[in-house]
Design a protein around this ligand. Sequence first.
Ligand SMILES: [Mn+2]
Length: 381
Amino acid sequence: MLRGGGAEFTAFDGQEVLWRTSFFGENMNDSTASSDSLAAMPKDADGGDGPSRSSGVDWARFAERVRASSRFVLTSHVRPDCDALGSELAMAGILESLGKEVLICNAFAVPPNLQFIDPQGRMRRLDVDLPAAELARYDALMVLDTSAWAQLGAMGEQIKRFAGVKMVLDHHVSEDDLGAEVFKDVTAEATGRLVIEAADALNVPLTLPIAEPAFMALATDTGWFRFSSTRAGTLRLAARLLDAGVRPDDVYRKLYENDTLGRLRLVGRTLGRAEMELEGRLIHSAIERSDFEAAGAHPSDSEDIINMLLAVGGTKFAVLFVEQPSGGFKISLRSRCDVDCSRLAEQFGGGGHRRAAGALLHEPLPNVRARVLDAVRAALR
Ligand SMILES: [Mn+2]
């Protein structure tokens, strides 16, 4: 199971990523926050689209808007994934090659496991690395990979206040009125595609500093080219990025072969005690604080283990109980059937999506396990 984001992963892992950020002091009780970052998943083949054709974006208009401004602020969604970060960095490279001044400013810190994407440390965090008043120096603001206020965190207020040109470049279906001109293609498999189409529209050649983050965006949002959003055109676009010098083996290693031995041992302990019930439809496991210590693992190392449980053939529902550093047990729920995770999570004061949700219970493990599994069994019967 790959880590590192992606459209489907984001949907399944929205809760996971959300909780993960909680270890860094944010969103601890934010389990019902909208993290609707599920990309559109077009079912149809694209009929052999070239890499620079898109059905939703008026690229001539986009290019006109870009040419008319000179100092750009780029921003993206909280609980960032590689499509958010990679699209920002690639767009920064494009705009800079046109002689524009570019600031990347977000309402989040780049998560430790994704910091490799920004070797030059270009990402600024609003109010931490950059006072909000600085934004007034810029004459254009571009929001990438989201169109929802709920996903913008503290940048939302700054976007409302911003006096210059405002643009959105995105591929998500859900959309708020951000008071910006919207350049959107919901058939795009990643915002990273739209960024490359923008480069084409602006006649910017694909150098490695543009191509590499764009490749990370494209590869992760398509689950490394295996989700249903992957089309022939996806691979043609990827081929262009490889022509620009991207090394997929290098990117893959940074993304997915970057775990610690502690993480590996934690995975081993957790999978080793997994239990199945209901003729294999339900699978569950638990991680206690002592497991993190014994494995030498960091609290965030439990991320994504829930999805590994679903790798067993025939499983329809997975539950993972994870003891939190601050106390209590986080419950993660994943569904591969019509049982709605968010409804179950809501029974325990949590929330999330149909296919992925979570809650936090301050009770001993035997109680938590009994209560949650009883509810899940009842829902699965
Ligand atoms: Mn995306």
